[in-house]
Design a protein around this ligand. Structure first.
Ligand code: PLP
Length: 393
């Protein structure tokens, strides 16, 4: 069997159709709440073979999208959810029991943090938050009942990197599972399963759909864990709807074209910003000044590191406002991973609830701007940032 690239394989995945004797060039949208069965024999056979019955149980668009994601992530199976949060909460509900202990990266997506502190608490699960920069600190937090170690690849918005090889080794030595949120990076940049992760979640709302027009999430793991998660998803009612799944599948089919370009444009933009006299600091793993450069280079390949970056300018909210107004293309938006370059202001968005002193210790100041790089021509984007930075002169 010849070895094809993941990009090619993924393009031909997910053309999963119930046998209609037709061969559409791409998968149609199955907007149907159920599939009918003729007679008890067919009812029995359909249930026995885990065929298509009711929309919340299975739907061809979710199956198809799941196949594409499994191919991209290099996992056995994937389940598709109504949102990234649906994927995360359902997986935690399925795998944890009262009395279990979770170790979680202290700097994670805000809503995930709240799930850990509010929802898991209600379920009798204890969570310890640890700064993941030193794996020894994670090791110190391990208890006999530690079931799960949770992280993202890069922390938002400072792009602090987690050594997934070291953390997965630690998890497995202690009989725990490593669960990684790959939303910021996407499987186009990194496949956490290749580094030992047991479970990977993606918000499909971001880079994987990439078109800013649908919300969805996915979990990729073993068949056995997917079966467990699927039975809980059915009860929680978190599976994704067919139309979003269809839209996301259309979007994901160009991820291997879009995301590398977005990541390379981010490198060019980071380089210009790092050389600009009005910029104090730039956080992007492509830069020689990136504190974890050797680790980043050992984890990422030719596609690039990440299409997200952040930079710090003068702490002058008025000027930052003028800068955003002066930009021709990028817009302020509380999302990431779309076709357009978007900006966010962490002290008013992701880290609004964190006290100033704590934020500064994390490297987040009122001078920080976060950028999600889109598919604009790299030189156009760099020029646009350059002209807008004039407001700080
Ligand atoms: C957006 C996001 C989520 C949640 O995804 P939704 O699709 O909005 O539910 C989870 N993790 C990260 C890192 C995200 O950026």
């Amino acid at each position: 069997m010849p070895d094809y690239s993941v990009a090619t394989e993924a393009l031909y995945k997910g053309d999963h159709l119930p046998g209609f004797g037709m061969h559409p060039e791409t998968i149609p949208c199955f907007l149907t709440t159920a599939f009918t069965m003729k007679g008890f024999q067919e009812v029995q056979d359909t249930y026995d073979s885990k065929g298509y019955t009711y929309i919340r149980t299975r739907n061809p668009n979710r199956t198809a999208l799941g196949e594409v994601i499994s191919c991209l992530e290099g996992g056995e199976e994937s389940l598709v959810f109504s949102s990234g949060m649906g994927a995360i909460t359902t997986t935690l509900m399925a795998l944890l029991e009262p009395g279990d202990h979770v170790i979680c990266n202290a700097n994670i997506y805000g809503e995930t943090f709240c799930v850990m502190t509010q929802i898991l608490k209600k379920c009798g699960v204890e969570v310890t938050f640890v700064d993941y920069q030193n794996t020894e600190d994670i090791a110190k937090a391990v208890r006999p009942n530690t079931k799960l170690i949770y992280s993202e690849v890069f922390s938002n918005p400072t792009l602090t990197l987690v050594d997934l090889r070291a953390v997965s080794a630690l998890a497995h030595q202690n009989g725990a599972l490593l669960m990684v949120d790959n939303t910021f990076t996407s499987p186009i940049a990194i496949r956490p399963i290749d580094f030992g992760a047991d479970i990977v979640v993606n918000s499909l709302t971001k880079f994987l759909n990439g078109h800013s027009d649908a919300v969805g999430g996915a979990v990729t793991t073993t068949q056995a864990l997917c079966d467990k998660i699927q039975s809980v998803a059915m009860l929680l009612g978190t599976p994704g709807d067919p139309f979003s799944s269809w839209l996301i599948e259309r979007g994901i089919k160009t991820a291997s074209l879009r995301v590398p370009q977005q990541m390379h444009t981010a490198e060019k933009l980071a380089k210009m910003l790092s050389e600009h006299p009005c910029v104090e600091k730039v956080n992007h793993p492509s830069l020689p000044t990136y504190p974890q450069k050797a680790l980043a280079d050992s984890m990422f390949g030719k596609n690039g590191y990440c299409a997200m970056l952040s930079f710090i300018v003068e702490e002058d909210k008025e000027k930052i406002d003028q800068f955003m107004l002066a930009l021709k293309f990028p817009r302020y938006a509380p999302t990431l991973g779309g076709l357009h370059t978007t900006l966010s202001y962490p002290v008013l968005s992701s880290h609004a609830g964190v006290p100033d002193e704590t934020r500064r210790k994390m490297g987040i100041t009122p001078g920080m701007i976060r950028v999600s790089v889109g598919i604009e021509d790299a030189d156009d984007l760099v020029r646009d940032f350059e002209q807008a930075l004039a407001v700080f002169k």
